[in-house]
Design a protein around this ligand. Structure first.
Ligand SMILES: Cc1ncc(COP(=O)(O)O)c(C=O)c1O
Length: 361
């Protein structure tokens, strides 16, 4: 039995008639930008998270740039960010005029910690981007206690518990995410009304009233069709998150931890695993062995962000844990509908690959 890396089709199938009807309704209504579905989704997402404001934007990368701008980050500032993350976490910083300063992560949770952030602080640090990597939730409170504002990059952590606790957090609704729409989409969430107003202004060309343009902003809006789809998917998120947690439980019960190192939830966290990323030596051999058995796997961040060509100017940090993780991590199948039988299949394939490394096959 082949096991895909993720399965978005199965959970969406029963919702398809309602999604088709919602898209048709938007087409009939002819309101495509910042209409009733965006407003309603913003209210519903904020209520789901238990926060005061959610503001829809075009994608999770813009959400980060706009959140930083709303905090007042600009030229001459430093923003601390992990290097073991998706490139966009850091790419969002230079457009504000600030400089990314890369920090290391904890080897077991793969998230930043107060210690790794503290080691990267400079006199010019204006903000920290704490990434909730793979669905694990970064220890935001401990980082905020360092006295620097945190933007929580929760792109990979919709449905994880606890939800965002930083002054401002960002989401991506890229199709493969835990809450994914059918194109690009994102949101900024905050309890702070002034920050929320600034985010709304920045997403609409830097204008508060759409008449006077006070700032250089962005054209970055969630569109009505995506919002209409997200309104149908949001009530499913809790169940899907439980499915992801159950899938991790299946792996545990199937004995995966005897073969590779499992990801560790941060303290007090119940991750809705977006990706299930294990650690081992010889990941390429392991991936090849899994592939032979029809089990998909993927190395996500083999070249950490601080070593990417575009980051050369800012990439001189020594990050030993990041380098180690880059060489030893492997994402294996994860989805809200991953069954115990599939977990058994993955573990059996891994056991076989471990017994017979590809050189002897
Ligand atoms: C950790 C992280 N941050 C930011 C982003 C950017 O989101 P988007 O692709 O919606 O711009 C992503 C996802 O792609 C991500 O995984």
């Amino acid at each position: 039995m082949a096991v895909p890396l993720f399965d978005t089709r199965t959970p969406l199938a029963p919702l398809r008639p309602r999604i088709d009807a919602a898209i048709a309704e938007v087409l009939d209504g002819q309101r495509f930008i910042l209409g009733p579905n965006v407003a309603a989704f913003e209210d519903e997402f904020a209520a789901y998270l238990g926060c005061a404001h959610a503001i829809g934007v075009a994608n999770g990368t813009d959400a980060l740039t706009i959140a930083l701008r709303a905090l007042g980050v600009g030229p001459g500032d430093d923003v601390v960010v992990p290097s073991f993350t998706f490139y966009a976490s850091a790419e969002a910083i230079p457009p504000t005029g600030a400089r990314p300063v890369f920090c290391d992560v904890d080897p077991e949770t793969m998230c930043v910690t107060a210690e790794t952030v503290k080691a990267a602080l400079t006199p010019r640090t204006k903000a920290v981007i704490a990434v909730d990597l793979f669905g694990n939730v970064a220890p935001v409170g401990e980082i905020e206690a360092l006295g620097v504002p945190v933007v929580e990059d929760a792109a990979q952590a919709a449905g994880s518990r606890p939800g965002p606790r930083s002054a401002i957090a960002t989401y991506s609704f890229f199709p493969s995410k835990n809450l994914g729409c059918f194109g690009d989409g994102g949101a900024v969430v905050t309890d702070d009304s002034e920050l929320a107003d600034r985010v709304r202004m920045l997403r609409f060309h830097g204008s508060y009233d759409k008449v006077t343009y006070q700032h250089i902003g962005y054209n970055s809006r969630l569109d009505e069709i995506q919002a209409a789809i997200l309104r149908i998917l949001l009530p499913e998120l809790e169940g899907w998150a439980e499915g992801r947690r159950a899938a991790a439980g299946h792996y545990d019960a199937a004995g995966l931890g005897e073969l590779v190192t499992l990801p560790r939830p941060t303290e007090g966290c119940r991750p809705a695993w977006h990706l299930y990323v294990v650690r081992a030596q010889g990941i390429d051999e392991l991936a090849a062995g899994l592939g032979d058995a029809g089990v998909a796997s993927k190395v996500y961040y083999r070249t950490p962000v601080h070593r990417q060509p575009a980051m050369r100017e800012w990439g001189d940090a020594q990050l030993p844990v990041t380098d180690e993780l880059a060489a030893t991590h492997l994402a294996i199948p994860m989805s809200p509908v991953l069954t115990r039988a599939q977990a058994d299949e993955v573990v059996a394939a891994m056991r076989a690959a471990r017994r017979e490394p590809s050189s002897s096959r």
